[in-house]
Design a protein around this ligand. Structure first.
Ligand code: SF4
Length: 465
C-alpha cells in the first residue's frame, strides 16, 4: 500500500469553533469508558494463555505513578511524593506483578516494544531503573535488535547526562521529553521550571547516546501564553530539531482537577488567543520541514512515523501513534491498560488497592472488555481515518470481509453534513479527509463510534481542539 505523504493542514477558524466539542482521542476503540468490572483477572488469564497460540510479538507498558512535584496543569493519575519507602513498596509489588504476568506468556514471544510511562518514570534512580529493567529482561525475552522500540517519558528536571547514558545502556532507544513551554513566566505559573539550556543539553546527550528518536511534548493554552511567547517556545524547540513534536491543548477544568485550582483563571489565555496560538502553530509547522501525522503530532520527514504513514504500517495505540506491527500489550503497574487479542484489561487505578490485590496473590486487573466483531470493524475504520486521512472501500472490504458501504450505510449518511462543511469527501471508492478536516480528525472518527451517545455529555472527554 503506497500512501501519499500529507503535510497540508488547513486552519479554518469557523469550522474549528463549530466542531470544537468534546471527544475521545481514540487511542483505543472501544475507549476505556466502555470497560466494565464484569471482566475479571480470570478472564484476563484465559485470554493471555490463549494468545500464545497466535505467536504474536509482545509489547510492555510499565507505569511509574510517582512525581517529585506537582505541575498545576496536570490531569494524570499520579502520586506526588518524596517518600522513598512509598516508592520502594510500589516497586516490590510491581516486581510481583512482573512475575505473575510473565508466567502467562510463552518465552519465545519477543518483547518488540517497551514503554515506560507515568507519572514520572525517571523518578526512579539509577539502581531502581537497573533493577527494574533487569527484572523485565529476565522475566521476558527482549528483542535486542535495532528494530526494537523501547521508549521512556522523561521529565528533563530529573535526568542528567549520566542518567541519559544509563537509559541508553539499558536498551531504551526513544525518548519523549515533557517540555510544555520554554517561557519562565509560564513555567512559574504551572510550577514546572526547567531551563532551555538544560533541555538543549539533554537533547545533545540523547544524540550522543544514539537514541533513535527524541520527541517533545508542548502544551498550548497554559497561563500567560500569547502568540508571541509560544512562537518563542516553538523557535527554541525547532532549533533543537526533535524528531517528533506533539502539541496538546490544555483544558482548564479546576472543578475536576484539584491541582489546576493553583492556576489563576485570569492568567489563562482567552479562547480567541488560544485559537490564534493554534493557528500560528499549525501555519508555522506547516511551512517547516515537519510532516503533520495527525492528532497533534508532527514528525521530521525521515522519522519512522512518517515512513510508516507512507508504507501503510502506522497504528494508533495508547501512546498515540506507533510504527510497530500488532503486538499483544502487557500492562504493568497501577492503572495500566493492556490489550491482548480481542480484549482490553485495566489494572485498578488505586495504588492502595493495586498493592492489596497483589498481596492477596491475585492480578490487579479490575475491569476490561472483550470486543465484538462490530467493535473490530469500527476500530479498523477509525484507525484508518486517524492514521491515513483516508479509507479506501476496496481495501477495507478485502481486509475485513464486509461491504463497507452496506455495513456503514448510516455512518456514511452521517458524514454528509461534515462533507457539506468541507471536512471530508465521500465518493463510491473512498472517504478522504480534507486539509480542513485534518485538525478535526476526532470529530470525523466519532461518526463511527457506536457508544458515544452514552458518554458524550458527561464531561469526561477533552475538547477536540
Ligand atoms: S505533568 Fe508529569 S511530572 Fe507533572 S505532575 Fe503530571 S505526571 Fe507528574
Amino acid at each position: 500500500m503506497d500512501m501519499p505523504t500529507k503535510n497540508e493542514v488547513f486552519f479554518d477558524e469557523d469550522l474549528i469553533k463549530r466542531y470544537d466539542g468534546r471527544g475521545p482521542r481514540y487511542t483505543s476503540y472501544p475507549t476505556a469508558l466502555q470497560f466494565d468490572d464484569s471482566f475479571t483477572a480470570d478472564d484476563y488469564r484465559r485470554h493471555a494463555r490463549n494468545s500464545n497460540d497466535s505467536g504474536r510479538p509482545l509489547s510492555l507498558y510499565v507505569h511509574i505513578p510517582f512525581c517529585k512535584s506537582l505541575c498545576y496543569y496536570c490531569a494524570c493519575n499520579k502520586i506526588v511524593t518524596r517518600n522513598a519507602d512509598r516508592v520502594a513498596k510500589y516497586m516490590r509489588h510491581l516486581d510481583q506483578e512482573i512475575d505473575m504476568q510473565s508466567e502467562l506468556y510463552d518465552r519465545e514471544r519477543k518483547i518488540e516494544q517497551l514503554h515506560f510511562g507515568g507519572g514520572t518514570p525517571t523518578y526512579l534512580d539509577e539502581n531502581q531503573m537497573r533493577t527494574l529493567m533487569g527484572r523485565l529482561r529476565s522475566a521476558f525475552s527482549f528483542d535486542e535488535s535495532n528494530s526494537r522500540e523501547f521508549s521512556i517519558e522523561v521529565d528533563p528536571r530529573t535526568v542528567d547526562s549520566k542518567m541519559m547514558a544509563i537509559l541508553a545502556e539499558l536498551g531504551f532507544n526513544r525518548l519523549s521529553l515533557g517540555i510544555q513551554d520554554f517561557d519562565p513566566k509560564v513555567q512559574m505559573a504551572v510550577n514546572r521550571l526547567q531551563s532551555t539550556e538544560e533541555v538543549g543539553a539533554l537533547v545533545q546527550d540523547a544524540r550522543a547516546n544514539q537514541f533513535r528518536s527524541v520527541s517533545f511534548d508542548l502544551i498550548y493554552g497554559l497561563p500567560h501564553q500569547t502568540v508571541k511567547t509560544f512562537d518563542d517556545t516553538l523557535n527554541k524547540a525547532l532549533e533543537m530539531r526533535p524528531d517528533r513534536l506533539a502539541i496538546y491543548n490544555y483544558a482548564h477544568l479546576p472543578g475536576r482537577f484539584k491541582g489546576q485550582r493553583m492556576i489563576n483563571d485570569d492568567d489563562i489565555p482567552l479562547p480567541e488567543t488560544k485559537l490564534d496560538i493554534l493557528r500560528h502553530t499549525i501555519e508555522k509547522l506547516g511551512s517547516s520541514e515537519y510532516v503533520y501525522i495527525g492528532m497533534d503530532h508532527f514528525a521530521l520527514p525521515d522519522d519512522d512515523l512518517v515512513k510508516a504513514q507512507r508504507n501503510g504500517t502506522l497504528q494508533r495505540n495508547f501512546q498515540g501513534y506507533s510504527t510497530h506491527r500488532e503486538c499483544d500489550l502487557i500492562a504493568l503497574g497501577v492503572s495500566a491498560i493492556g490489550s491482548i487479542g480481542n480484549i482490553y484489561a485495566q489494572n485498578t487505578t488505586s495504588t492502595i488497592e493495586y498493592e492489596a490485590i497483589l498481596e492477596s496473590g491475585e492480578l490487579p486487573v479490575v475491569r476490561g472488555i472483550e470486543v465484538d466483531a462490530d467493535d473490530l470493524l469500527r476500530a479498523s475504520a477509525i484507525s484508518q481515518l486517524m492514521c491515513y486521512d483516508r479509507l479506501e472501500f476496496s481495501d477495507f472490504n478485502a481486509a475485513n470481509k464486509v461491504d463497507f458501504l452496506e455495513y456503514f450505510g448510516n455512518e456514511v449518511k452521517n458524514l454528509e453534513p461534515l462533507a457539506e462543511d468541507g471536512l471530508v469527501t465521500v465518493d463510491d471508492d473512498r472517504i478522504l479527509i480534507t486539509p480542513k478536516g485534518r485538525l478535526l480528525l476526532r470529530s470525523i472518527a466519532m461518526v463511527f463510534d457506536r457508544y458515544l451517545g452514552k458518554n458524550m455529555h458527561d464531561g469526561r472527554f477533552s475538547k477536540a481542539i
